[in-house]
Ligand binder design. Structure first.
Ligand code: ATP
Length: 354
């Protein structure tokens, strides 16, 4: 039996996490769900978007699945004083969001975002099937900035060999274990020779350990152009933090709705599975949210749990359900509801489990 931390979150979070739980349960995989509070709702009820109990239980479970958390900037700083009484516990730290606190406290070092087309689903670009793996602790997003007088501002870009090697190794291991053929390192080392140069050097060295996986290098600007012109060139792509942030939004949107985008953060202590989008307040409570992003995040979770048969069955059930435009929610141009799309997926799971 697996014990999984379940954090429904805010906005459409409760609707789509409930859908994901129902679909995962349809596979018969034995899971005990530990439901935990987090996000804006928790802040209103308990005074913090990330109660210590939530963080503690998530790390204890080692695996969590969550809906989006709303971020009210003025209340987003959390100081998890958890692991109380443990001498090895980390001191309280501040984070700019509860989600980042969960990821970082769990030793998160690589974020995965899957962007792909689904047969039968309209999208600006067809032929996308890419797994983006992004380093998440360094680069310009350490947000170490300062100003020099009124007219100059400087931001530090930090790249270390250790983090670059870790994310590159993760990308090759991911490719190996998911039957992918190629890893592309995305960078701008022709301009940023020291920082991106170090990232690229580390990626090249790690690539040498995986001769069975093809290795390619692309400049970030060229990669953006190619995702529009020749998306099939990409398979797994690994990159520093900022490029990953921008490139993954480009790929998700090009492949169709945000409501199809699955995501995960893998950490040394716990891994977190969650959709790529936010709380979608404009459609929350209306019963029309697309649950596929959360369900496919659940597929990533099932693979992480080595429940590959169940993961394949859910994946194929989603694909089969989306082939029928009657199952498309409004974000895909249809009139279906969260409930009926979920039901259509659940009905198709058994045929792919055998
Ligand atoms: P937040 O402040 O939480 O980031 P947001 O509205 O700024 O919320 P998203 O939640 O990512 O950002 O939503 C962007 C748009 O995409 C919205 O119009 C939203 O309705 C739509 N959207 C996001 N997720 C889904 C989904 N699962 N199903 C349908 N539409 C979605």
């Amino acid at each position: 039996m697996h014990t999984i931390a379940l954090m429904p979150g805010d906005g459409i979070g409760p609707e789509i996490t409930a859908a994901a739980v129902r679909v995962i349960e349809a596979t018969g995989v034995d899971i005990r769900w530990i439901e935990l509070e987090g996000g804006e709702g928790a802040r209103r009820r308990l005074g913090t978007p990330l109660p210590d109990e939530t963080l503690e239980a998530f790390i204890q479970c080692g695996v969590g699945i969550k809906g989006p958390f709303a971020v009210e900037m003025e209340h987003a700083v959390v100081s998890p004083g958890w692991r109380r009484g443990t001498s090895g516990g980390r001191p309280p730290k501040s984070y700019n969001s509860a989600t980042n606190a969960l990821r970082r406290e769990a030793g998160g070092f690589a974020a995965v975002r899957v962007a792909r087309n689904f047969p039968g689903v309209p999208a600006p670009i067809q032929g996308i099937d890419i797994v983006i793996i992004r380093e998440i602790n360094e680069d310009l997003y350490v947000a170490s900035e300062y100003t020099v007088g009124d007219d100059m501002a400087v931001a530090l870009k930090i790249i270390t060999r250790k983090a670059s090697e870790a994310v590159a190794r993760f990308a090759f291991e991911y490719a190996k274990s998911h039957g992918r053929r190629k890893v592309t390192a995305v960078h701008k080392a022709n301009v940023l020779r020291q920082t991106d140069g170090l990232f690229l050097k580390a990626a090249r060295e790690i690539a040498g350990e995986y001769p069975q996986i093809e290795f390619e290098e692309r400049f970030i600007d060229a990669a953006c152009a190619l995702i529009v012109a020749r998306p099939s060139l990409f398979d797994v792509a690994v990159m520093p933090n900022q490029y990953g942030d921008i490139f993954s939004d480009l790929c998700s949107s090009a492949a169709g709705s945000l409501g199809l985008g699955a995501g995960a953060t893998y950490g040394t202590e716990a891994s977190l599975f969650e959709p790529v989008h936010g709380t979608a307040p404009d459609i929350a409570g209306k019963g029309i949210a697309n649950p596929v992003s959360e369900i496919l995040s659940g597929v990533l979770m099932l693979r992480h749990l080595k429940e590959n048969r169940a993961a394949d069955a859910v994946q194929r059930a989603v694909e089969a359900a989306l082939l029928d435009p009657n199952n498309h929610t409004p974000d895909l141009g249809g009139k279906s509801t969260t409930q009926s799309l979920t039901q259509a997926i659940i009905e198709r799971v058994p045929q792919f489990m055998s």
